[in-house]
Design a protein around this ligand. Structure first.
Ligand code: CUA
Length: 394
């Protein structure tokens, strides 16, 4: 009852847009509403909710009342009774009809709003893969849900996400924005929202406020890890963040790339490739039985990697062969992972072509070469302490 009263107060306080006052506060039904469409979605939900309460109560009360009123008395059977009541029939047809027409009209308008991104929308390309999300910005910067930054968007500006999947069905959902859309293999879907309130400023910090996004389509073993942070920054902060992101890799000296940037990119590999020899979806970068090389790089440099078709890396590396060097094989495996399948593993890895820039790939290669410097459990390097910053599940 208290909750119901709160909801009525909530409903009346939502108002149109609600932009000035800040996000609508969370209640029993919703997390905070932090986008321009959230108030109307919530209001429609509450309208349907109260219509349901009302008719549930009405029907139950009448049912029990009639059960009592028309109970059998003695052995007498009363054959008479009304067969027709025009006013009553018009009422019970007309009233619900009006109520559902309101639902339809309201819902249809909302749906049209949600499927019509404004022309000046800021576009971000989103690629879902088992089991991560990549976000590609117009200047080529790519972030991932495995990073602290996650998805970063400008405040008070419509943002259009182009959703693609490189393997199976995923679904992108931002709870606080009330938006959700499937990422379907072989198709480009889109979703848009406008978040009028910044959650933090540049640079983004661990303790900043943020909005969760989730994958809401069961897509395999690590589905529950396909979530991350949406940060909303004021336009100036957003521009600074994007510029910084663009320069980040260029500013690191070559010899520091493997520990400054390696762990950040390894975060995208860590769902499938362990560092300590633990078996996963893909071969571990650490020690694996059956090889003399103790790390992925040593096995590769020795050309002893065994493939599913019975060949070994020796067959493919050397002058005139497919790869000039062992490094080439590793770099090629990042962009064309299905070409040679390591013995004991299926064709499960998505391509990272375009998702990890050249210097990022060099960082990964460098990390493989100096794996002994990294903590095999956390992937931390003693010089930075940097590691995967995937937030814990809510
Ligand atoms: Cu991707 Cu569930």
């Amino acid at each position: 009852m208290i909750q119901t009263t709160l909801n009525i107060v909530m409903l009346s306080s939502l108002g149109a847009g609600g932009r000035a006052g800040g996000p609508t506060p969370p209640n029993f039904w919703f997390t905070e509403g932090a986008s321009t469409v959230a108030p109307s979605v919530d209001q429609l939900f509450m309208y349907i909710n109260y219509v349901c309460y009302f008719f549930f109560a009405l029907i139950m009360l009448l049912m029990f009342y009639f059960m009592w009123k028309y109970r059998q008395r003695g052995r007498e059977v009363n054959p008479g009774g009304p067969t027709h009541h025009t006013l009553l029939e018009l009422t019970w047809s007309g009233l619900p009809l009006i109520l559902v027409i309101i639902m339809f009209d309201w819902g249809f308008k909302g749906y049209m709003d949600l499927t019509t991104p404004p022309l000046n929308s800021y576009e971000i390309e989103v690629t879902a893969k088992q089991w991560s999300w990549d976000f590609k910005y117009p200047n080529g910067v790519v972030t991932s849900n495995t990073e602290l930054d996650g998805l970063v968007v400008p405040e008070g500006r419509p943002v259009k996400l182009l959703l693609r999947s490189s393997d199976v069905l995923h679904s992108f959902y931002v709870r606080d924005f009330r938006v959700k859309k499937d990422a379907v293999p072989g198709r480009t879907n889109y979703l848009w929202f406008e978040a009028p309130w910044a959650t933090g400023s540049f640079p983004i910090k661990e303790e900043d406020k943020f909005h969760w996004f989730f994958c809401t389509e069961y897509c395999g073993q690590d589905h529950s890890n396909m979530n991350g942070r949406v940060h909303v920054l004021e336009q100036a902060d957003f521009d600074a963040w994007l510029a910084e992101k663009e320069k980040f890799l260029e500013k690191i000296p070559d010899e520091e790339l493997y520990f400054q940037a390696g762990p950040q990119f390894y975060a995208r590999c860590s769902q499938c490739h362990s560092l300590d020899g633990t078996a996963g979806i893909g071969p571990s970068w650490g020690p694996v039985e059956g090889y003399t090389g103790k790390t992925i790089w040593e096995r590769t440099a020795n050309l002893e990697t065994k493939f599913a078709d019975g060949s070994t890396l020796k067959d493919f590396v050397g002058p005139g062969k497919e790869f000039e060097s062992a490094e080439d094989y590793i770099l090629n495996s990042i962009v064309d992972p299905g070409k040679h399948l390591v013995q004991g593993f299926g064709n499960a890895m998505p391509t990272f072509r375009g998702a990890i820039p050249g210097r990022g790939q060099q960082a990964i290669l460098g990390m493989m070469k100096k794996l002994h410097e990294f903590d095999p459990k956390t992937g931390k390097h003693p010089k930075t302490g940097q590691k995967s910053t995937q937030p814990p599940a809510p």
